[in-house]
Structures are given as structure tokens and as C-alpha cells.
Ligand binder design. Sequence first.
Ligand SMILES: [Ca+2]
Ligand SMILES: [Ca+2]
Length: 505
Amino acid sequence: MTFHKHHGFRQPPWGVMVGSILALLMILALGCQAARGTPTPSAPAGEPAEVTAQPTATARPGTSPVAEAAPTPTPAPPSPTAPPPSATPTLPGDPSPTPAVLPAVRSPEEVITPGPPRFPFTITLELFVSMPEPPTYVTHAGDGSGRLFVVTKPGRIWVVENGTLRLQPFLDISNLVKSDAYEQGLFSVAFAPDYAQSGEFYVNYTARAGDGDTVVARYRVSTDPNVADPTSAETVLVIDQPAANHNGGQLQFGPDGYLYIGTGDGGRAGDPWDNAENLGVLLGKMLRIDVKGTPTYTVPADNPFVGQAGVRPEIWAYGLRNPWRFSFDRQTGDLYIADVGQGKWEEVHVQPASSRGGEHYGWDTMEGAHCFEPETGCDMSGKELPVVEYDHSLGCSITGGYVYRGSQYPQLAGTYFFADFCSGRIWGLRPENGTWRAAELLSTSYNIASFGEDEAGELYVVDLNGAILRITSAPAADQVYLPLVVQAQGADSRVAVSGRRAGGG
Ligand SMILES: [Ca+2]
Ligand SMILES: [Ca+2]
């Protein structure tokens, strides 16, 4: 309990806690500053925009105790490795009466008719637990214990039981985890579907060994259910990382029992190695492997590229830039992938549960629903379009969440939550009459690194500055969220909808 003595964060004096938070914020702010001046700018899941407008940055209601001190995004200088300017750049202070383009919403095959999304609820965030170090992820073990497990960037997993943070980490592998860069660290944990029996769980981190290479490793719990056995480590998969950014990092077990791994394109900007479209490498992909009953893994026989020469059979889908967060709808099995954009478009792809894999999600021929390489006239054939996208006037790095399937707030059922790390905005995405509707639900000052589910399906928001917040909701039968902008995207005609709450600020 020396850790307790030194840190005393269970019920810290406010002075200590505020001091810690300020220190953390200074570190984070310095990290941001440093990142802006480098050719490989970094945020936990993306980079600052090459041209970024943050028109609402000073107008946020901000309920966080750290809201006022949160890093204020400023226009970033053009990155030496950023793509060439678009023909239709997003300009700060653009006098156009049409507000920011966004969430673009479409049905699977055709342009939809826009209308005001009617989401029958409002949401709020309430502080659930404060963390002593930057949290990156929260989830549950599926073992009936009701505990939450919080992953932190330096390389620890913490147990929250009955709303209280336990003082001893569940797992501490900070000696193995390289978290020097903004996008490095311990990113997620996934408990095996049979965790209650096997005690097995999996972690994804960038390692000191290999100078930041991705490691997926298996661990087991000890005889103490709140402490893992650090000596149980088995390395499942190592992926060479050519740069410090775009490391992916999410692990999820699918409804099929296989382990899905999101990998980034390897980093820098514009996928200079063209990894995402190269089926011979594991970068820029969604991987699907079978980790049951083997020290490492096997490839499921029905993976889409099994048996093809020169192709890695672990690949389930490709054309991803940095799918920092993805999740399965626990009711339908649909897969929601939030892919962090380059300089202009943040996007969500939805893969139906019936998919057999093999999808090309666009990058880096496309960024969102738009040509990227080449900038115009790219070949969009055979590539999946996002169901929703937003431009960098509304943020700079998407953070995917979950479809709400809890029981406490029935009005949220079926709503997929996602957010932007830089702007703190939270959006909802819902199927409606055979198409999709998206709208902004809440504007916050948090640096939202992740969402998470507890065992009952209630949802949480992870603020990298140290807060785990619980999503709460009130029914509001006629709550209308205004889609303010409808505009065609050139030849690639698509409806773009910008969500600002009706009657809100
Ligand atoms: Ca490229
Ligand atoms: Ca895409």
C-alpha cells in the first residue's frame, strides 16, 4: 500500500487532486505544443487539422472540473507531411451562412432525404470516478462481478468496484509499455468471452521493446479476482510500427468469439507507405483471429482472404487509417468502426453482422466519402462509404463509442454514441425509417479518448484528463435535433447534416 501512501487518491484532498490534475494538464498541453511543431503531429487518435476552425471552443458549457484548463485547440500550422489543400477548404471564419458541414448521413445505397432527427431524450454526464493518471479506456469483464476496469496510458489497469477505485492496480505493465508519444501507451483490454472460467484477458499496447511496436498479449487473473498475474503474459501478436502515431489499439471479441484488432496505417500523414490498401501487411486493417486454446492464435477458416497468395489471412477488412475505437452492437452484432481522418473528414463505418468480411473502407484512396489520393477523380468503386462523417470545423479526431443497450434509459436504446477528442462534442447516430440520422447531443470540454460499457450496457465517457463519466439521460418525447445543413458534395452527391440542438445554444 505504499502506492496509497504516496498518492492517496481514494479520497484526495482537493488541493492535491487539483494539483495533480493541473500537473497532468500541463504535461498534456506540453505534449500538444510539442506535437504541433513536428512532422508527425499526434493526438491519442489523430492529428490536429491542417486548417482547423474551433468556433465554439470558448462557448462550451463545460461541466468538467478540468474544463477551464482543458487544452484550447488553436489553428495548427500546416504540417510538412500534410496533404495538399483541397479545392474546397474549410476556412476559419468563413462568412458563409451555411454552418459547418456535418454529420453526413446516408443509407447504404442512396442519398437520403434529410429531416430533423427526433431523438426522444437528452443526455448529461456525471462524474463516476477520478483517475490518478490519464485513462484511455473503460470496460467490464463480463463475469457477473459488476466491476469496471479502467485502462491508463502509462500501462496500468485499475478496478472500480461499487463506484470506488481500488488502490492496487489489477495489472501494472508500465515497465513494458512505451507511452512517451501522445499516441503511445496501453490502449485497451478485452476479457475473453469465457473469462469467468478461464481468467484470460488481452491487452494492446505500444511496447518499449521494438521502440513502439504494437503488442497484443494474453494475461490471466491470479487467485485474487482483483489482481492479475503479471507473470502469465503470453505474446499473441507483434506488429512492427514504422512511426509513433496511428497505432490503432482497440481489442474486441466479436459475437463469433473471435478477437478483432484494429490497426492504424503505421503513421505519418497520407499513409506514405500505402499500408492500408496493402493486403500483405497488417497495418491499416481490422484483423480477426482465434485466440482460444493456443498460446498465440490461429486464423479462422472463414476469414475473407484465407488461401490467397501474398495476403495476410488475419485481415478481416482493410482501408482504415486509424480505427482507434470500434465496437460491436451487443444486440445485433453490427460492427461500428470510427476511423480517424487525416486533415478533413472523420467518419463512422457500420458493418452489418451478416458481413463475411473483406470490406475496403476507403483509406487512403478516400478520406471519408471524398477522394484523398488522388485528390480528385479517385476510384471509389468497391469501397465502403461511411454512414456518417464530419469535417474539421467540428473537431479533429473521432472517438467511436457504443450502441446503447442498457436498461436504465430505454429511450437511448439503439443509439450509437461517438465524439470528437479535440472539440468534446458528442453525437448520436440512429437508424430511422431505413436510413441513418445523426445529431449533436452534447457539447463538452472533455478530451474524450473513449467510451465504455459496463456489464449492464450502461455507457461511460473517458476523459483523458482523468475523469470517467457516466452517461445519464432523461426522456424528452419531442426533442428535435436540427440538421442545419444539407448540401451536395459535388459529383459525389450526398447529404450532409450538421447537428445543433434545437432550442439549445
Ligand atoms: Ca498514400
Ligand atoms: Ca473510410
